[in-house]
Design a protein around this ligand. Sequence first.
Ligand code: GDP
Ligand code: IMO
Ligand code: MG
Length: 421
Amino acid sequence: MSKKVDVLLGLQWGDEGKGKVVDVLTPRYDLVTRFQGGPNAGHTLEFNGQKYVLRSIPSGIFQGDKINIIGNGVVLDPALFKAEVEALEQSGHPLTKRLKISKKAHLILPTHRLLDQAFESAKGEGKIGTTGKGIGPAYADKISRNGLRVGDILHNFEAKYAAAIQRHKDILNQYNFPFDITELEREWMEGIDTIRKFELIDSEHVINEALQSGKKVLAEGAQGTMLDIDFGSYPFVTSSNTICAGACTGLGVAPRTIGDVYGIFKAYCTRVGSGPFPTELFDATGDEMRNKGHEFGSVTGRPRRCGWIDLVALKYAVMINGVTRLIMMKSDVMDDFEIIRACVAYSIDGVETEQFPYSIEGNVEPVYIELPGWQTDMSQMRSENDFPEEFNAYLNFLEAELGVPITIVSVGPDREQTILR
Ligand code: GDP
Ligand code: IMO
Ligand code: MG
């Protein structure tokens, strides 16, 4: 079997622009799949003057009749899924024929959201800043073999559900967490009815059969490499493997089927929630990035922390994922900057290193180099032939540092503001 699963994933702390680019690339593929995460994701797409935010549904849903699959590695919240489906249907995008759901995907129960809150508040100062969507508790139940899966709604569901909810209530009581799940449960059960309208599949068979018959698959990552449960800034991470290897376990495809790995990054850097961020800016430049880049969470509306691009972290992400093509987003946000800084090393307790360390908490000082800004409005550009000299110099510098070509440049949120090289 030739290599036909291409993976697109975030190289930073999420929100790199994955949704936008998956939509742009979808015409090249037959199947678009999500392999991990859940409604903690918020993937924004803009075209024809409309803006859409997807959370659990793959971003290939707007391009003709391509099949989209929610894979086994995803955790699905029925209530939020229902809201997402209804919003899409109301805007003229019926989904039932084009979206299929793995029976092995795990369900986020109404009590998982409450547990997320209870665990967060118990952490006090050390809180993760989760999206509060029950992601951690749902994955914890999966790993501790207590989870409920989408396929469970087909057989003896009520008993399995009741046992799980009781277990959660007991934990909430231990945490002295006050709760009333009546309304949450009602919405959740309606969501289960919505899920039942979709084809529930053995997605690993469907995907591998598609590959055998020569079809091409795009796997859409959620979150980013620096939020990976193993390689991110633990414990300030999400609860899944966001890296390329996650596509194999989250879809049931063999490593040798993986083809291109698209690594997507912003020309600067953002992070939402708690945790270390060496290049974070607390000054007017950071504010300018936030305001011009509209850096406010698409799920929670929280302001995103902003800073310069971090090549130590990016090189690490390129290594872990085996990135073959880079995609640079949101360079338009820096169109007015006179000087652009890039972190090329960390100074840790006075010792410089280019290797991403075990921990980036504490005494990590970024070592910067400065490049001249291009000071040109690039948002209307549609060809690399129009790129200003300083912008080409920035691209060349990044490619040399990261050792991988930048094959797509995005100069604005719209589908059209995408330049292929
Ligand atoms: P995702 O989670 O990786 O899909 O990214 P998000 O949708 O959470 O955040 C990316 C934000 O940047 C969205 O609001 C996009 O509409 C917007 N965006 C994407 N690409 C560009 C770009 O090149 N320039 C600008 N200015 N905005 C962009
Ligand atoms: P997309 O797919 C940015 C962050 C949260 C928090 C940490 C853990 O849109 O890029 P969780 O709810 O997963 O337990 O939160 O991870 N986080 C994200 N940050 N983009 C995301 O998704 C994120 N999903 C989770 O802010 O710090
Ligand atoms: Mg997002």
